[in-house]
Structure formats: structure tokens, C-alpha cells
Design a protein around this ligand. Structure first.
Ligand SMILES: [Zn+2]
Ligand SMILES: [Zn+2]
Length: 335
């Protein structure tokens, strides 16, 4: 098969990725082989390619928003069949026995492995998944529009929960900083749950998209939202702006930082930024339960998924366009 490999992590300008012929993977015990139909392009793939994240596997194939069909079963797999349409997401495996796994916080499992970082992902014709970690997919979407739900969507959903959103969010005031693949889905989830959503983003096209999806307001990234906030989700990798977000929170407000990577946060001023029980929380991966909840939500509330398709062999271009902020919404690779 053909697959992309991160052979020399570094700036995209130095061509860290190569598209090359590689042996077809074979599913082992408890695994399935998936014929990839579509793979979403996530900012984490950019961080893996550029070496912002430490190398976990030499020459790894990125991609963890994989939609495809099961094409072979490894030993011991009984609950999936060849031909099933499935999704493969960021969480590849957990140990299942540590204190976090047992407490329903498998996203914190120290032995967890990740698709497209520890094991090869979906920038390829085939990918391997653990049968117990692949998702059945809602039938309300085609493959292209499903792919971004599998990371951008699930992470956005977890970030909303971390920011304090409840199922009935009427009257809840939410701010979103950054408006890419994940935020444009999170905004719709929050709006569907009844929240009033304010979006802060640099790109005029993203502000237009936010308003068209039902945001109450959209302004520049550095502008303040028009009202104090109960919750905020920060999708940008720029820690410098965190103090300003903390100041935009109302008493008791909670900020969730959604990215896997964030530059240093400057000194916070206790009285202005944290007192009155304001909180800042990170978001680390997700549990399978988050994924199932979100996909069920997406089936009940059809989400508008703004996609930008690229052929598989143009993955490097898709990453470059993502880095340059060339589009609102989510890039996807079609195989
Ligand atoms: Zn564990
Ligand atoms: Zn991702």
C-alpha cells in the first residue's frame, strides 16, 4: 500500500513527510484491518510532523480521524465483521487495569497509545485498529463529513464538558477562541444544547462561518466577547492569550484548553484572573464513552461539517494549508 511517513520531523518547509510504498499491515490479536476511505487532517498531525510532540514511533504514519470498512479480522475478534463501516480515532489502546482506567478516566491511562503517534494512522490506504476501540458510525453522514467528527468533534465535545457545559445549556454563556475543525463542531453542539456562543477568531471567513452556524457574536481573536462568560474553550496554541480569556470569565467561570500543545502561559494575576473560583482545566484526549456520547449526539442533532477534501497524495499540502489558516473547517484526505 501507499502511506505517508514522518521520517524527519521538523518544519513543513523541510518536507518532514514522505509518501511511499510500504507493506500492507496485518491485524494481530484483537485487531482489525481497515481499508481507509477518508482520513481527517488534525492540528495534532501537524505537531507530530513538525516535531512539536516527541517522536513515539520512527517514521509514523499520522492520521487519527479514520473512516473506512473492516477488511480483515485478527484472531479473537467476534463483534465486528468484514465490510462493517467503522471509525478509528486518537485513542488506540489503554491498559484497562490501572487506577485511571478502572475509574472511568481511561484518557489518563499512563500506558495509553495513540493512533498516528504511537501506532500508524490513517494517512494511508490501510490502517490497524483495536476492535474494542473502533467506533460504529452514525448513518446520518457520508465518510467525508464523518471523519472530522472522530477527533475534532469528540475532543470539542469533551472540551465543552470540561468547561462545565451540561446537557441542558440554556442561558449558559460560552466563548470559543479559535474556530477551526474542532471549534466549528463544538459551537454547534453548544448551540443545540441551548448555549449562547461567542467566537473569537482572526479569520474573517471563520467569523462568517461562526455566525452562519448560529453563534451570537463573532469578533477578532484579541477582542473581548460582548458579555461575561460561564465557560470558555481555547483552541489556539498560543498561551500568551490565556490571561485575557481568564478576565473574560464571569465569577465561577471555567476555561478548558483543548489543544494537545500550548505555548507557555504568562504569569496570572490571582485577583483578576483566578479569584471568585475561576478555573483553568486542560483537556487530555478522550474516553471511549465521550466518543460514543458525541456520536450519538451527532446522530440526534445533524451537524454541519465544513470539509475541504484533498486526495491522499496531497496530505503535505493539506497540512501546509492548515498551518497557513487557508480554510475554515476541516481538511480531509480521500483515499
Ligand atoms: Zn490504564
Ligand atoms: Zn486530532
Amino acid at each position: 500500500m501507499y502511506a505517508w511517513h514522518v521520517n524527519h520531523p521538523g518544519p513543513l518547509e523541510s518536507s518532514p513527510l514522505t509518501f511511499q510504498s510500504t507493506p500492507d499491515p496485518e491485524p494481530g490479536l484483537g485487531e482489525v484491518l481497515i481499508a481507509v476511505s477518508t482520513c481527517g487532517v488534525c492540528r495534532t498531525d501537524l505537531h507530530v510532523s513538525e516535531g512539536d510532540l516527541p517522536v513515539h514511533r520512527d517514521g509514523v504514519t499520522p492520521g487519527h480521524e479514520v473512516v473506512g470498512t473492516v477488511s480483515a479480522l485478527g484472531a479473537g475478534v467476534t463483534d465486528l465483521r468484514v465490510g462493517d463501516r467503522v471509525g478509528l480515532a486518537w485513542l488506540h489502546s489503554t491498559c484497562g487495569t490501572c487506577r485511571y482506567c478502572r475509574a472511568g478516566a481511561e484518557n489518563l491511562c499512563p500506558a495509553s497509545t495513540y493512533t498516528g503517534w504511537d501506532v500508524n494512522g490513517g494517512y494511508a490506504e490501510y490502517a490497524i485498529g483495536q476492535a474494542s476501540f473502533v467506533y460504529p458510525l452514525p448513518d446520518a453522514y457520508d465518510d467525508e463529513h464523518l471523519a472530522p467528527l472522530l477527533c475534532a468533534g469528540i475532543i470539542g465535545y469533551r472540551a465543552l464538558k470540561r468547561a462545565g457545559m451540561h446537557e441542558d445549556a440554556h442561558g449558559w454563556r460560552l466563548g470559543l477562541w479559535g474556530f477551526g475543525g474542532s471549534a466549528h463542531l463544538a459551537a454547534q453542539v453548544a448551540i443545540a444544547a441551548g448555549a449562547r456562543v461567542h467566537v473569537m477568531t482572526r479569520e474573517p471567513a471563520s467569523r462568517e462561518l461562526a455566525l452562519s452556524l448560529g453563534a451570537a457574536s463573532a469578533q477578532d481573536f484579541t477582542a473581548d466577547p460582548p458579555e461575561k462568560l460561564d465557560g470558555a474553550v481555547f483552541f489556539a496554541p498560543v498561551g500568551d492569550h490565556i490571561p485575557a480569556v481568564m478576565r473574560a470569565l464571569d465569577r465561577g467561570g471555567v476555561l478548558a484548553t483543548a489543544g494537545i500543545y500550548l505555548t507557555d502561559i504568562p504569569t496570572l494575576h490571582y485577583e483578576q484572573d483566578l479569584f471568585y473560583e475561576k478555573e483553568i482545566r486542560s483537556v487530555t484526549s478522550n474516553t471511549r464513552e465521550d466518543g460514543r456520547e458525541f456520536l450519538a449526539f451527532a446522530q440526534r442533532h445533524p451537524l454541519t461539517v465544513d470539509t475541504h477534501p484533498y486526495p491522499l497524495d496531497a496530505a503535505a499540502q493539506a497540512l501546509a494549508d492548515l498551518k497557513a489558516g487557508a480554510f475554515a473547517g476541516a481538511a480531509v484526505l480521500t483515499v
